[in-house]
Design a protein around this ligand. Structure first.
Ligand code: VG1
Ligand code: CO
Length: 579
């Protein structure tokens, strides 16, 4: 094949958000649109590193992924990449990509330099829904802000990209290597099993025998919903083939380009089938719910953990994993290096860190901020309230890992149960609250709000947080029963490792009793703006940890809506989604 230069013009708005560039499929389908972004990425990387490198290209299998893989292969070849690694059918979960960058060694001893992950994660897919792309770096983690800023600035000035002439589309449906002759010699596309490297890694972390025993215990029952995302591929291999779960315990585990028309977001609103099966729906299920249920998002980095008729909030989940890791999970047998959470995630993890005397970090929203801490050996377990949990085994959150972590904890707690009663998910969580107290938690999302209105609301809050007396006056007028705000700020993060600063990361109001309200704008939407409101209240008294969270949080919700003038700015009297 030959390398050719194609002239192009910049597109507006190719700024990577919290986790890559996400737009409607129709936007990506414009001529040169994806090409520009990929070339802008190559231009942002050192050219001596790109030349002769190996790059991974794959994703969650959403609509238009297969076209995108072929486009990127050609641009990569033209930019001097020597090998492109592709998961079979173009499928690789986000955590599997991270694992492959870090662990996979090719037949010539090569390692991947980076990856283009084709996913819009939990956003719906299909011809009229979302597509997305993000670049992950050599440590296996999402590109840091320095790099994404450079990519964005390149997209604003790009005038040409490199592609090939005479390089045919590559068959990505079957495993094997295809070699082409280019101007710099051989160029290879290597298609391999989507699961092999990832499964191998999981086996080094967890005690598969112990989990197998738990799954075989007649008192235990299990259910997993991949919401038709890429997690299904891994669920079949790990839960069924390796761990002996019944095939029938898998729901929606065949990846579909449009996720079956659903919203591949594992929460109580969108994982309807699982929620019903677990006895948490409006209508009781026909059969007794399983003891354990879990779901993943489109690219399998998120997880929702459920017990029988019981929901585990993600903020609790990471705290409980951290508190139980040593002992239950062989990977952590020598202890945790430290723990971290994103700013809006509840302080349940803080309490564990304090009690166990672990290093603790609070970072902005988005997984990229955990990577530096992990690379520096400062953090072992971390999580976000948005159903993201993970560890330093890779540099992405990891949905299947979180399920295996919970199964490990359950297996460990039930090791000697004999004829006794099974220790359930609910038991583990309520025991945790008994020891550490409970953080009541909820998140209100106002999706697709007019972008200008959202900006005005945030600007208003930036103003308001600087005048505490005004804030406390409003609180007294609204709910005199609520404690006063003692601190308010606009969150800014200074990375303790590279000292880079990330500003404007959300407005936080801290109340005297430790309760918090956080407001921020989403960086993953594709139309309009999404305002997220995070509400949390700490209850240390173990006799008061059994309330329904919407009841416990009602006074704080009222205050949040009042302080932000939510309805006045957005015209919305209700959020789009409550998690
Ligand atoms: C959301 C979540 C954030 C998460 C990000 C990517 O971002 O809040 O916690 O890291 O999605 O997750 P935002 O900016 O919309 O709030 V994924 O699974 O969509 O890659
Ligand atoms: Co995701």
């Amino acid at each position: 094949f030959k390398v050719v230069t194609q002239n192009t013009k910049p597109f507006d708005g190719q700024k990577p958000g919290t986790s890559g560039l996400r737009k409607k499929v129709t936007v990506f389908q414009q001529e040169h649109y994806l090409h520009n972004f990929v070339q802008a990425t190559f231009n942002a990387l050192p050219s001596d590193k790109v030349k002769g490198s190996t790059i991974v290209v794959s994703g969650d299998g959403r609509y238009w992924s297969k076209d995108a893989v072929q486009i990127i292969i050609k641009i990569a070849a033209a930019n001097g990449v020597k090998k492109v690694w592709v998961g079979q059918d173009g499928l690789l979960s986000t955590p599997a990509v991270s694992c492959i960058i870090r662990d996979r060694v090719g037949p010539d001893g090569e390692k991947a330099y980076g990856a283009f992950i084709l996913t819009a994660s939990h956003n719906p897919g299909g011809p009229h829904e979302d597509f997305g792309i993000k670049y992950n770096a050599e440590n296996g983690g999402p590109a840091l802000e320095g790099l994404t800023d450079k990519i964005y600035s390149n997209t604003k000035t790009i005038s040409a990209y490199l592609t090939t002439e005479g390089l045919p589309d590559v068959d990505i449906s079957s495993i094997g290597t295809t070699t082409f002759e280019g101007p710099d010699g051989a160029f290879e596309v290597d298609v391999f099993s989507a699961t092999e490297d990832y499964v191998k890694l999981m086996k080094t972390i967890f005690d598969f025998e112990a989990i197998k025993e738990l799954l075989a215990n007649p008192k235990f029952s299990f259910c997993y919903d991949a919401l038709h995302g890429v997690a299904g591929v891994y669920a079949k291999q790990i839960f069924v083939e390796e761990l002996g779960a019944k095939e029938s315990s898998l729901l929606n585990c065949t990846p579909l380009e449009d996720f079956g028309g659903g919203h591949p977001d594992p929460n109580l609103t969108y994982a309807k089938e699982l929620v019903h099966t677990m006895g948490l729906g409006k209508v009781p299920p026909a059969n007794e719910p399983p003891e354990f249920g879990a779901a993943a998002d489109g690219d399998a980095d998120r997880n929702m953990i459920l017990g029988k008729r019981f929901f585990v909030t993600p903020s609790d989940s990471v705290a409980i994993i951290a508190a139980n890791a040593v002992g239950s999970i062989p990977y952590f047998s020598t202890g945790l290096k430290g723990v971290a959470r994103s700013m809006p995630t509840s302080a349940a993890l803080d309490v564990v860190a304090k009690k166990l005397e672990l290093k603790f970090f609070e970072v902005p929203t988005g997984w990229k901020f955990f990577g530096n801490l992990m690379d520096a050996g400062l953090c072992s377990v971390c999580g976000e309230e948005s159903f993201g949990t993970g560890s330093d085994h890779i540099r992405e959150k990891d949905g299947i890992w979180a399920v295996l972590a919970w199964l490990s904890i359950l297996a460990y707690r039930n090791k000697d149960v004999g004829d006794g009663k099974l220790v359930t998910v609910e038991d583990i969580v309520t025991q945790h609250w008994g020891i550490y107290g409970r953080h009541y938690y909820t998140r209100y999302d106002y999706e697709n709000v007019d972008a200008d209105a959202a900006k005005k609301l945030m600007a208003y809050l930036v103003e308001l947080q600087s005048t505490l007396p005004e804030v406390n006056k409003l609180i007294k007028e609204t709910r005199p029963d609520v404690e006063e705000v003692v601190e308010a700020d606009e969150f800014e993060y200074k990375d303790p490792v590279d000292h880079s600063v990330s500003s404007h990361q959300g407005i936080c109001f801290l109340f005297k009793d430790g309760s918090r309200l956080v407001f921020r704008l989403s960086g993953t939407g594709s139309v309009g703006a999404t305002i997220r409101l995070y509400i949390e209240q700490y209850e240390a008294d173990s006799s008061k940890t059994g309330k329904a969270s919407q009841d416990a949080l009602a006074p704080l919700v009222a205050i949040a809506l009042k302080l932000s003038k939510m309805e006045e700015f957005t015209g919305r009297s209700e959020p789009t989604v409550i998690t």
